[in-house]
Design a protein around this ligand. Sequence first.
Ligand SMILES: [Mg+2]
Length: 273
Amino acid sequence: MSESKSQLPKAILLDMDGVLYHGNKALPYAVDFIHQLATIPHVYITNNPILLPEAIAEKLERLGFPKPSKEQIITSGIATAEYLSSQKKDFSFYALGAEGLHNALLRYGTESEIDADYVVVGEGEGIDFDKLTVATNLIVAKGAQLISTNPDASVDAVCEDKKTGKPIRCIVPGGGALVAPLVVATGVKPITIGKPFPLLYEMALARLGLTAEDCLMIGDRPDTDILGAQKLGMPTALVRTGRFEAGAKLPNGVRPDFDVEHLHALSVGLGFS
Ligand SMILES: [Mg+2]
């Protein structure tokens, strides 16, 4: 991609974790970068189904970012709820995962452990043996369709150090890992919603009223953020501030248009600073 100002994208899609913050800490240059986007439409898309858009907007504000509207934030939880609603109006579901996923689904459907149309697996707390058993039987005996909010094997998080009790960086099982017990138990493959699958990008493009070629996707994971956008023909920028660090070799077939150490380097590349 040319780095001249005339090539500026009409809009920007951003991942958040590993791009703007880690846990509860804004990453260097991230707040300045978002301020530079004041006149460029931008939408945040995240595979994380744990928080609702309203809660993420508040988190961004708490970390020093300009507070986005809730329409600017698309989580895999909200995307799952909208997708299921488009497939079956007034659907019923049985969800495994944190409260934000249940609340997202409740905006469009009703929860049932008796005859759910869909078993939805997200991330976070709220997944245990009893729930896996209910879900397995809904799929096998009642024909419920298995839905996974996102395919991530693991995600970065903040955990309590078992020795000191202090918060430390850690990894926790992601949506792809958490749906695996049901895949094995039932022999059924899930429909997966999050990146690198197209739905989150398509929902963002619909909100922006633009095509993929007009936008730039900024993410920290080549296998999800970048690959998914690339498949749609959307220009991409990989920032190496997340799990994928400076010097790590790109997976085969992943070709970001910008491959930078941090958001300040991208800002220079785009001609913002
Ligand atoms: Mg990320």
